[in-house]
Design a protein around this ligand. Structure first.
Ligand code: SF4
Length: 216
């Protein structure tokens, strides 16, 4: 919480994830794989203009048309195929995204992880930001910052690091959302591959401030 406080007092409350609807967040979480958010925004804008920014609409659309719309997000053939399959599965098995999100937390995570193209980070992002479930999202920034600040093992697996947060923090989706957003902000602004420690808000707490070993 001290680390969270230090980041929050510098960056303020970060209103994440960008997206007006649950469908938009769900689709954005698939499109953001292996690309930058700027590219995702272009694809989302195309989908919006074509009234295809919903699971229902995508389930009814030809894959070739989805390909054209999501092209700016990279790996567009794979992503279009994935979106089509996921949307069709959700509509046929749950009737809507809301229907899927009606599952209990454990069942929802298991179901998402069983869907092609959804790994732990994507599943947790969807659960936290679209479904509002208290599950902590681990990404490369989180791993890197936790290693540098607290010496958490650099090769810690996803679920173990997730458990570090979930066992220590109250189960509060708003806290989890903002905590993850703060990590992303710190990772982008200071704790880069080559860290900029001098003005980092976590400097006073960080084990490796100013002396990060190479390769981490
Ligand atoms: S002090 Fe340096 S290594 Fe530590 S979190 Fe900040 S930028 Fe990263």
């Amino acid at each position: 919480m001290k680390l969270y406080g230090s980041m929050g007092s510098r960056f303020g409350f970060l209103n994440w994830w960008p997206g007006d609807t649950k469908d938009e967040i769900f689709i954005g979480a698939i499109l953001t794989q292996q690309t930058t958010w700027t590219n995702v925004e272009k694809a989302i804008s195309n989908l919006k203009k074509s009234k295809a920014l919903s699971v229902r609409a995508l389930s009814r659309m030809e894959t070739s048309i989805i390909e054209k719309l999501v092209r700016p997000s990279g790996y567009y053939r794979q992503k279009a195929k994935r979106l089509k399959l996921l949307s069709s599965t959700i509509m046929s098995e749950y009737g809507s995204l809301e229907g899927l999100f009606g599952l209990g937390q454990e069942a929802l995570r298991k179901t998402l992880l069983g869907m092609k193209g959804i790994g732990p980070e994507t599943a947790d992002s969807i659960m936290l930001y679209a479904a509002g479930k208290p599950t902590f999202v681990i990404d490369a920034y989180t791993k890197r910052i936790m290693y540098r600040v607290f010496g958490t093992p650099a090769n810690i697996d996803y679920d173990s690091l997730k458990e570090v947060f979930e066992s220590a923090l109250p189960k509060n989706p708003a806290l989890y959302k903002d905590f993850h957003a703060q990590f992303v902000e710190l990772g982008k602004s200071h704790c880069k591959t080559k860290p900029l420690c001098n003005h980092c808000p976590a400097f006073g707490l960080c084990k490796y401030a100013g002396q990060v070993p190479t390769g981490h």
